[in-house]
Design a protein around this ligand. Structure first.
Ligand SMILES: [Zn+2]
Ligand SMILES: [Zn+2]
Length: 356
């Protein structure tokens, strides 16, 4: 008997509730669409926010996903590597059997931000994969455009998958800092999945091996293995003052955690003219002294994921420089609920990548 192929997906049917298995007939790609058989899909911290249904803005304010274009049920998963199994009639530059990494941060293409080349920050109706359209916690995924399918060359599928969000986020943040001069210090706060990717590529992108601050000793240990110059506990008595004394203040810092505590630790560590890039989305708000901001001449930037061009650059860099691979644990797609729970409980060092 012929095997009937169905699309199995794990969907958020209700915020915060376990994902629900759904089975349907395999979709036929239309127009320029491509159908991928999912091979690897990273489990990202931002999925926890989608699953919760809101982002904490601080001061009791929230962005609620349901008000922001997210429609349930939704298949999450935006760090996808897969094999092309079917192509739409208008899909160009693609062939069945190709293994590709998906750029998920697709914009509307017509809003002013998309037209400036920053579709990952689309101000219109973005169909970002795994965020606003069905993603990779599934046996198959529809990708709407072939230019979002990238060749990952000699990289392993699981490492490549983590570059679509965690790696790209780290790369784009570090690129905003640019090249540091000899003797200038770089601080990285937070050594979770994104932070570890940042530590792995910091030297290649900025020229500096970072000093890493994380409250978890296991993550500090992982940071040292990934090439951190030093790993400190920001909660230790006098840690901030000691850091400023040892470095004269850091020239640049990236906050991969994004809590008031992590932001303030990084901000207070800056020397005059320092640059803080804020990346993490734990949530909350901070108060900043305006005269000190002015008189120290510091810069604060926000950085959210990254562009298609930056993902292309990152894949080249990763292959050319053999960036250290972050610790990856592969679990079956059917274990997605326990993977999300473990991530939520802070039990994951590096990345869980689902396989099907
Ligand atoms: Zn747009
Ligand atoms: Zn992500």
């Amino acid at each position: 008997m012929e095997e009937i192929i169905v699309l199995r997906s794990y969907r958020v049917a209700e915020f915060t509730k376990p994902l629900v298995l759904s089975e349907e007939s395999l979709p036929q790609p239309q127009g320029g669409e491509v159908l991928l058989k999912m091979e690897r899909c990273g489990v990202c911290h931002s999925d926890l926010h989608i699953w919760d249904g809101y982002w904490d803005l601080g001061g009791g304010k929230k962005i609620v996903a349901a008000n922001n274009g997210a429609l349930l049920p939704l298949t999450m998963g935006h760090e996808i590597v897969g094999t092309v199994v079917a192509v739409g009639p208008d899909a160009r530059n693609v062939a069945i059997g190709q293994r590709r990494l998906v750029f998920p941060w697709i914009g509307c293409g017509v809003c002013p931000v998309c037209r400036d080349g920053a579709e990952h920050l689309c101000a219109g109706k973005s169909p970002a994969i795994g965020i606003f359209s069905h993603g990779g916690y599934a046996s198959h995924v529809i990708v709407p455009r072939t230019d979002c399918l990238l060749d990952f060359g000699s990289l392993s599928a699981e490492l490549a998958s983590t570059y679509a969000c965690s790696g790209l986020t780290a790369y784009s943040a570090l690129k905003k800092i640019g090249k540091l001069h000899e003797g200038q210090s770089l601080l990285i706060v937070g050594a979770g999945g994104v932070g570890l990717n940042g530590i792995a590529m910091a030297k290649a992108v900025t020229g500096a091996a970072p000093i890493v601050a994380d409250i978890d000793p296991v993550k500090r240990e992982a940071a040292l293995k990934m090439g951190a110059r030093e790993a400190i506990d920001p909660r230790a008595e006098g840690a901030g003052k000691a850091l400023v004394k040892a470095t004269g203040g850091v020239a640049a810092a990236v906050d991969f955690a994004g809590s008031p505590q992590s932001f303030e630790f990084a901000y207070n560590a800056l020397r005059k003219t320092g640059h803080l890039v804020s990346v993490g989305l734990l949530g909350g708000q901070v108060t900043i002294s305006l005269p000190l901001l002015v008189m120290k001449g510091v810069q604060i930037s926000g950085s959210y994921v990254g562009s298609l061009q930056e993902l292309r650059e990152l894949l080249m860099l990763a292959q050319a420089q053999h960036l250290p691979a972050l610790p990856i644990e592969i679990r079956p797609l059917d274990a997605v609920n326990s993977a999300l729970s473990d991530l939520k409980a802070g039990k994951v060092v590096g990345r869980i990548v689902l396989a099907d």
